[in-house]
Design a protein around this ligand. Structure first.
Ligand SMILES: *Cc1c(COP(=O)(O)O)cnc(C)c1O
Length: 234
């Protein structure tokens, strides 16, 4: 799949170039390939091109691919909406969950994380532009939720995730990412060093440079790695 390799190389170059421009190391930034709607075969090719972290939005679809590809030892990130009756399978099959938007979900993930697995890495999803169409906690809700979630034994609260409204131009795109960074600083201020959040999951195909400038540590890229998704399943 020469196209795939070219697209991956291009995204890696964009990551490196943005990081260099703002004085960061590319090693600080994890690239998660968003593989919703893609076949197990496409993921295998991406893995052959050096990608290791894959993001999925739909649990049933993800579980099939995780099973098919289990010999590759990939790390799977759950980034979609979470229904409480689905938490067990998420806790059992993923390394990261970016879309926790209620304390109750965090509690269930901790209760259901198998004891022989390392703690599940968790980010709180923040509705940073306060959009009625989007999931996520408000900044105030996140400040309150943090205390309860930090005490849960089998998950590790790593940071914040957001999907801002679409904006044109890097400067405009940086604003909501800067807000997310400030919220993480505010959450971290009273915390002990060992508890401090260290992850900002932000930036997708259209705004990854803006996110890197505002200290993203994980970017989640689908379209610019795998090509356009069919309109039916965004
Ligand atoms: C689909 C999706 C992405 C990837 O978006 P692209 O624009 O295709 O790069 C990232 N994060 C989440 C939560 C998504 O649902």
């Amino acid at each position: 799949m020469p196209d795939l390799q070219e697209r991956i190389d291009k995204v890696r170059l964009r990551l490196l170039s943005a990081a260099t421009k703002c004085g960061r190391s590319k090693a600080e930034i994890m690239l998660v390939a968003v593989s919703k709607t893609r076949s197990a075969d496409a993921i295998r090719h991406a893995a052959n091109n050096g990608l290791h972290h894959f993001g999925e939005n739909y649990l049933q679809e993800a579980l099939e691919k995780i099973d098919t590809l289990k010999s590759l030892g990939l790390d799977w990130h759950f980034i979609g909406p979470i229904q409480s009756n689905k938490t067990r399978q998420i806790a059992e099959n993923f390394s990261w969950v970016h879309s926790v938007d209620r304390v109750k979900i965090a509690q269930r993930l901790s209760d259901q994380r198998p004891s022989d697995m390392p703690p599940l890495n968790v980010c709180l999803q923040i509705n940073i532009d306060n959009e009625t169409t989007k999931a996520g906690l408000s900044p105030d809700q996140a400040l309150l939720a943090t205390k309860n979630i930090l005490d849960l034994p089998n998950i590790k609260l790593r940071g914040l995730m957001a999907i801002p409204a679409v904006r044109q131009g890097q400067q405009a795109q940086q604003k909501p990412f800067s807000k997310l960074q400030q919220l993480m600083d505010e959450i971290n201020r009273p915390l002990d060093k060992s508890e401090k959040l260290d992850t900002l999951s932000m930036g997708m195909s259209g705004d990854l440079e803006a996110a890197i400038f505002e200290n993203a540590t994980i970017i989640r890229v689908g379209t610019d790695i795998f090509g356009p998704r069919s309109v039916k399943q965004q």
